[in-house]
Write a protein that binds this ligand. Structure first.
Ligand SMILES: [Zn+2]
Ligand SMILES: [Zn+2]
Length: 389
């Protein structure tokens, strides 16, 4: 997907920023080096305003167009945080921090938006205002919500919000998008099963929390299979099972079960949650055990608004000369959903080529996707806020 424009000529410079961010991954809200780099570059570009520490570690920058008569204000968001993964890419700019890695490509998203910022601050061929939001803590931690609660939308008057995420398996630089629900709500839960610990040789005088926990794991499979409307997407994954002790001759007093629930609609989510609680409690009771059931609301479903999806699609087509692919909805979750819940906007997928999957130790953002990504933001600004003459 060769992009031929001025931003394409900036690709080596943008890739160098990306690789520098990649070598120095930071987690959640703890992003001192990353934010210093981003703010420093934005200052070099000559943007009109920079505010740091928005939502603890977010950065907001403002670029005004050649004119601002339209009164229109577009928000562009990129996430900056990495993951607690031991990198195995073998890249010469691989992570220099053992156990931390940019395995979701947020290094790429940040660099792509920086590239657009440099171009837009230089050219300003639009009538309106662009507000850039560099967000912390996308990977759990609620960075989007933190920025919103710190006034991101109201203090800067953002009217529409746009963002992108790379995706392995889609041709590099190709776009994909979907109007309406696109990514799922992602909740999580923790169930503690309490029995009565004892000697492994004396099961009859203990209450076996391991057996009750195993029965709960099995019983949970019926929620999606038997309770949820077959036409409503839902996932219940029991992903963790931890016994209190790991001795051959001890029946542990308790076990802890963890996992995630993915849904698209609130009534389905509530049904799943209530059924899980009832099943955990009654299954445990059948074994003489008790449970503490804790359910935590995670990110909302990511729902693209119709008109902004159209603008996002048109900009993508202008950049690549090709209509974006129609994206099937996915049960993955993304906290850009929090921004889409308070402003109309759209989230677009940018192909990363045939790379390892997101969150895999061999995953790497594909620098060949940069020209398309940066050009998409820049084109969106110019097309949505045209200078009329
Ligand atoms: Zn991720
Ligand atoms: Zn991500």
């Amino acid at each position: 997907m060769a992009v031929k424009n001025r931003i394409a000529d900036m690709q080596p410079e943008i890739a160098a920023w990306r690789q520098d961010l990649h070598a120095h991954p930071e987690l959640r809200f703890d992003l001192p080096r990353t934010t210093a780099k981003v703010a420093g570059l934005l200052r070099d570009f000559g943007v009109d305003e920079i505010t740091e520490g928005v939502g603890r570690a977010g950065i907001v920058a403002v670029i005004r167009g050649r004119r601002t008569d339209s009164g229109r204000v577009l928000g562009f968001r990129a996430d900056m945080d990495a993951l607690p993964i031991l990198e195995a890419t073998g890249a010469d700019y691989a992570s220099q921090v053992e156990g931390k890695m940019h395995a979701c490509g947020h290094d790429g998203h940040t660099a792509v938006l920086l590239g657009a910022a440099k171009y837009l601050a230089e050219t300003r061929n639009f009538d309106g205002t662009v507000v850039l939001a560099f967000q912390p803590a996308e990977e759990g931690g609620g960075g989007a919500r933190a920025m919103i609660e710190d006034g991101l939308m109201d203090r800067w008057g953002i009217q529409e919000i746009y963002g992108l995420h790379n995706f392995p398996g889609i041709p590099v630089g190709q776009f994909a998008i979907k109007d309406g629900p696109m990514l799922a709500a992602a909740d999580f839960f923790e169930i503690t099963v309490r029995g009565k610990g004892g000697h492994g040789a004396q099961p009859h005088v203990s209450v076996d929390s391991t057996l009750a926990g195993a029965a709960i794991v099995m019983a949970m499979q019926q929620v999606v299979a038997r309770n949820v409307d077959p036409l409503q997407p839902a996932v219940v994954s029991m992903t963790g099972f931890q016994t209190e002790t790991m001795a051959h001759n001890v029946i542990p007093a308790s076990v802890k079960l963890t996992g995630t629930v993915r849904t698209f609609h609130v009534p389905t989510k509530e049904l799943v949650r209530d059924r899980m609680k009832a099943i955990a409690e009654s299954t445990a009771a059948a074994y003489g055990a008790e449970v503490d059931f804790a359910y935590f609301d995670g990110v909302l479903p990511t729902i693209n608004a119709t008109d902004p999806t159209g603008y996002a699609r048109a900009a993508a087509e202008s950049v690549t000369g090709q209509a974006p692919l129609d994206l099937p909805p996915s049960m993955g979750g993304e906290d850009f959903s929090e921004m889409l819940a308070v402003r109309p906007g759209a989230f677009i997928i940018l192909g990363n080529g045939p790379s390892a999957d997101l969150h895999h130790p061999e995953y790497n953002f594909n620098d060949e996707a940069i020209p398309a990504g940066s050009s998409w933001f820049a084109t969106l600004a110019e097309q949505r806020m045209p200078l009329s003459n």
